[in-house]
Design a protein around this ligand. Sequence first.
Ligand code: SF4
Ligand code: SF4
Ligand code: SF4
Length: 254
Amino acid sequence: MKKQSKPKVAFFDFTDCEGCQLQFANMGVTLLEITKLVDIVNFREVMSEQGEDYEIAFIEGSITSDNDVMRIKKIREKAKVIVSLGACATIGGVNGIKNRTPLEIAKQRVYGEKKETVNTIIAMPVHKVVKVDYFIHGCPIYIPEVINVIECILMGKPYVVPNYAVCTECKMNENVCRYEKDEECLGTVTRAGCNSWCINNGNRCYGCRGLVDNPAVDGQKDILLKYGLKLEDILKHFTLYNDSVGEKYDKELK
Ligand code: SF4
Ligand code: SF4
Ligand code: SF4
């Protein structure tokens, strides 16, 4: 009987800190188990070979230049499956902070008189440029979810990203709410899937997985009211992710 070949997997990074790839590399024994099922042909953080023959491409980072746009389109042409890996790739992540300022002003601030030599556009998540088949949210990615997604890819099944708030997981984990400890928390409106990772470890939710599709804005306002907080109180802590740049993306791509 002919031995079936393993699917070839490649990792590519765009604009990011490479922390999500590091999470992947740090899986240790689990990563070795994964390599029994797939051939990793390109993964700059763990190997020097750079194979260009792959079926599954994990993409880390935001798209922030015309070169990035061309490069991700080429990867899309080659890969049967594209996976967005981490907040930079799925929602623009911290790179979205740039989008709060008009591009020319941002360029001036960062590059000064050399700004015209720099090719940079607004920061976009990958799916604003090419079709993405799987999304793994988070900054950084949450390994149990990564394993779920890999199982789905190998079985040819879709992975349904949770569309309920982190609070649901937080309650199931029996955490004391951060609001009861005089802290704000964005778990009320943030997409679950991390098993309330930060709150379990004594922190609060900063919204790194992006907002649920229909955030309960009124419910959030009621919570702020109950604890004597204003909208500004929560916004000043939670502008690291979730820049509302949808309109800018659309204009950029026209
Ligand atoms: S999502 Fe966070 S950890 Fe992952 S590459 Fe982006 S900044 Fe780094
Ligand atoms: S607001 Fe934060 S701490 Fe409170 S239940 Fe929701 S996720 Fe947990
Ligand atoms: S608790 Fe919030 S900030 Fe922490 S990993 Fe989950 S979504 Fe991200």
